[in-house]
Ligand binder design. Structure first.
Ligand code: SF4
Length: 263
């Protein structure tokens, strides 16, 4: 980790609500930043520029490969399949009220080779306007949480249960979840992530087919097909209840530990 990455990591942690870092962990981070500086200085002195790596082999700041090892052909096929599904979704009118009120559908964003999918509820006004998931205030907080996990939005995949904005940002109705289930299940099947992180009760209950509260679902692992599932609070809940950031951070540490990363 470079000093710049260390500063960015600490800022992300603070933004995500992590205000106390064990002294030993902090010393470890500082040591790795110092080591990275020495390495980069040595490389500069030797005028050696490390070769760029293809996206599927990027080693993240946490020292692990965040993307599935797909070759170019497999990646292109998966991208094409997602694009075809996204085109089908764009013309969907299964929920008449939502289809009439939307500016556009919000399919999903991120890497088709992601090992981690973040699964939210539904688009809001900002998402409806841009076509991108999680770009409003809650989305900005999610981005900080992702960065605090030493990941980037480009290394994960972000999607919602519903692809259309419910009027007034109301909760999705059971019929609407049922109508859109086929789409999010196909999306998840195509990406085949190792971990799905459900953000809030709506996505957790839809994925796990349960009525348990998010408070009871978080703090332990679940399964969906071949994917391990972890549930945590929705970022919009954190905006209203900042004290819950600590619980979310615990859930993120559990999630990253699955990949051998200690945050
Ligand atoms: S929410 Fe899903 S099922 Fe309903 S209209 Fe939009 S894309 Fe179709």
């Amino acid at each position: 980790m470079t000093p710049g990455q260390l500063r960015q990591h600490l800022e992300s942690l603070a933004a995500a609500g992590v205000l106390d870092i064990p002294r030993l962990q902090l010393e470890g981070l500082a040591a790795s930043a110092e080591a990275a500086t020495s390495v980069s200085q040595a490389a500069a002195e030797a005028q050696e520029v490390p070769a760029a790596q293809p996206p599927s082999a990027t080693v993240g700041a946490a020292g692990w490969v965040a993307l599935q090892p797909l070759d170019a052909a497999m990646l292109a096929t998966r991208q094409q399949q997602l694009q075809t599904l996204g085109t089908e979704v764009a013309s969907c009118r299964r929920c008449e009220e939502l289809a009439c009120g939307r500016r556009q559908t919000v399919f999903g964003a991120g890497s088709p080779a992601a090992k981690i999918c973040f699964f939210g509820e539904a688009p809001g006004a900002d998402e409806d306007a841009t076509g991108e998931p999680f770009v409003g205030k809650a989305g900005q907080l999610l981005t900080k949480i992702i960065e605090a996990c030493q990941l980037s939005r480009e290394e994960v995949y972000i999607l919602n249960v519903l692809k259309c904005r419910p009027p007034g940002n109301r909760k999705p109705l059971p019929d609407e979840v049922a109508n859109c289930r086929d789409y999010f299940q196909q999306q998840l099947a195509l990406i085949a992530p190792e971990v799905i992180c459900c953000l809030g009760a709506t996505s957790a209950q839809a994925l796990l087919d349960t009525t348990e509260s998010i408070g009871k679902l978080r703090g332990r692992w679940h399964r969906f097909g071949n994917a391990a599932v972890i549930c945590t609070y929705h970022p919009s809940y954190l905006l209203r209840n900042p004290a819950a950031k600590r619980d979310v951070w615990d859930d993120m540490k559990t999630m990253m530990r699955h990949f051998g990363c200690e945050l």
